[in-house]
Design a protein around this ligand. Structure first.
Ligand code: ATP
Ligand code: MG
Length: 565
């Protein structure tokens, strides 16, 4: 394999491929595919599969990866999901070039292979209804019983299958089944269904051309083989289906036999990664949309402000194994924090403003002060801040008396440095009738711009924004969508919905940001100094009013909470 710098770490699947290449298996080719069903948006679990499949194609000489829509279930599939999936894969940094396929591209070939199976006595039309089929199948401890229709003649099967295709029967009246082994210890091999009847559907790709639809276990191996896939990577729940995958390919005339390899699904703590549950969150209005920044979807993570690089790093870091595991949210958050720490320009935003009037500063004066965009990267340049007589600081940065020695912010009669500007001193605290602090009267020391004050130490530095020059903004603080580490797995509640975190979104509508942020572009990311990493929301921002999403806090505040238990 090539050793380019951006290659992912090795794993047991890459080791299998290395060995296959050495032995000349699959003609020395490496060809994978990512096969989503277009019945929802992609989530972070899919990112693991995308990074694995497309990553292998990227890292091996001549490697290819197809994008294939596994679209054999038209009821739940939609064109807008197809579009969103393509956008998300591209955004993650991967490209299928001209290899975009649909399982439905193969409906005619799949039909002909089924006819071949029938002709060879390997498949039959069965009239048992769903309940009877279940009863005949047996259990894990008891063998199944052969269907009374199992020994239909080839001619009768051919005729019935054609009638099924021609729409002569109702849904559920008949199915086509493989004739394998009703006593197999593997339930998947007990004459599995290959085709079912679905009348009256309009398929997003094939319209009304078909009223019989092939099952996943039949469609998947054939689609893989038709595309020349060498390594068909899927999640562990398909391990028991592998004998069927191989049976299908061994019993039809096709000259490619891909190798199915299973790996463990990604489970991420404090969220759910199942399209069914994510669909429920959207449909029932627990979140605003599939791209709600709290969703673990790729679209949600993108809108929240995650970078593709951070998600790829995350997938590399969690690795690929056969061990079931659940990954801490902190690992994903660390990946975006690291990326943004080095790449995000700094800016100042006051989330909960408290007005400060600097009484000895000239009224009407606007002073432009230089501020570096990044403390460690001069190449990121600088910007101008506008200093004025009235500024805002955050309410959390003032207390009349310090509660303890650690409080290095502003107190009554105390001094603090305004970041990139002057040292100010709090002379007077103004309160309203209810006793709430509404304004601070301060003085400033003109000798302290970029210089230490004479004869005293001022340790605290706080951020600020000019009251007259600043821009009103909405800042949305996001937290984990669930307050249980495994919302899905808690059997003591009726539904995972019981664990939704009611504080997963706090919208601060009075925030004020420095004027340079008016030029921010959709999706642009910043570190708001001392607050966290934020991104300009691409949906709700208007020309007059920017909306910023908190991507992640500066530090992992949950680590402490989790330790305490
Ligand atoms: P869901 O249960 O969310 O619907 P799925 O497996 O049915 O997931 P598909 O659209 O069929 O979703 O998945 C496309 C590919 O992504 C499959 O190869 C699947 O194995 C993989 N995949 C889905 N979820 C995960 C996950 N959590 N971790 C790793 N891979 C996943
Ligand atoms: Mg699925």
């Amino acid at each position: 394999m090539s050793n380019n710098e951006s290659a992912s770490p090795t794993n047991f699947i890459r080791q299998i491929i290395d060995a296959d290449l050495q032995n000349g298996k699959h003609g020395g080719r490496v060809h994978t595919r990512f096969p989503p069903e277009p019945n929802g948006y992609l989530h972070i679990g899919h990112a693991k599969s995308i990074c694995l499949n497309f990553g292998i194609a990227r890292d091996y000489a001549g490697g290819l990866c197809n994008l294939r829509f596994d679209d054999t279930n038209p009821q739940k599939e939609r064109q807008d999901y197809i579009n969103a999936i393509q956008e998300d894969v591209r955004w993650l940094g991967f490209d299928w070039e001209d290899r975009l396929y649909y399982a439905s591209d193969y409906f005619q070939q799949l039909y002909l292979f089924a006819v071949e199976l029938i002709k060879n006595g390997k498949a039959y039309v069965c009239d048992l209804n769903a309940e009877e089929t279940r009863a005949y199948r047996g259990t894990l401890t008891e063998p199944g019983k052969p269907s009374p229709y199992r020994d239909r003649s080839v001619e009768e099967n051919l005729k019935l299958f054609e009638q099924m295709k021609n729409g002569e029967f109702d849904d559920g009246a008949r199915v086509l089944r493989a004739k394998i082994d009703m006593a197999s210890p593997n339930m998947n091999m007990r004459d599995p269904t290959l085709y079912r009847i679905r009348q009256g559907l309009i398929h997003h790709q094939t319209g009304e051309a078909w009223c019989i639809y092939p099952m996943y276990d039949y469609t998947h191996p054939i689609s893989d083989a038709l595309e020349g896939i060498t390594h068909s990577l899927c999640t562990l729940e398909f391990e028991d289906h592998r004998p069927l995958y191989d049976w299908v390919l061994d019993n039809i005339t096709i000259d490619c036999h891909p190798q199915q390899i299973e790996f463990s699904r990604l489970n991420l703590q404090y969220t759910v990664v199942s399209k069914r549950k994510l669909t429920q969150l959207v449909d029932e209005g627990h979140v605003t949309s599939w791209d709600d920044p709290r969703m673990p979807t790729i679209a949600g993570l993108r809108r929240r402000g995650y970078t593709p690089a951070a998600i790829r790093t995350f997938c590399d870091r969690i690795g690929v194994t056969k061990a079931d595991n659940s990954v801490e949210m902190g690992i994903l958050e660390a990946c975006i924090r690291e990326d943004l720490d080095s790449h995000a320009p700094r800016a100042m935003a006051v989330l909960n403003p408290l007005k400060v009037v600097i009484e000895n500063y000239p009224e009407g004066q606007v002073e432009e002060l230089d501020a570096a965009n990044h403390p460690k990267d001069e190449g990121m340049g600088s910007r101008k801040l506008r200093f004025t007589r009235e500024v805002y600081i955050d309410r959390a940065d003032f207390m009349e008396q310090a509660p303890n020695k650690k409080f290095k912010r502003l107190v009554s009669g105390g001094e603090v440095r305004l970041r990139n500007a002057y040292v100010i001193k709090c002379e007077e605290v103004i309160k309203d009738d209810s006793g709430e602090i509404i304004e601070l009267r301060c003085s400033y020391d003109p000798a302290t711009l970029g210089a230490n004050p004479e004869g005293r130490k001022v340790k605290g530095v706080i951020h600020w924004v000019s009251a007259s020059e600043g821009v009103k903004a909405e800042v949305r603080l996001y937290d984990r969508l669930f307050n249980h580490y495994n919302p899905d797995g808690d059997k003591s509640v009726e539904s995972f919905l019981a664990h939704i975190n009611p504080e997963s979104l706090v919208a601060l509508t009075d925030a004020v940001v420095e004027p340079s942020l008016l030029d921010a572009q959709e999706g642009e990311r910043f570190q708001f100094e001392r607050e966290g990493y934020f991104c300009l929301d691409s949906v709700d921002t208007t020309a007059e009013r920017p909306v910023f999403n908190r991507i992640v806090t500066l530090r992992d505040s949950w680590a402490k909470i989790e330790k305490k238990g």
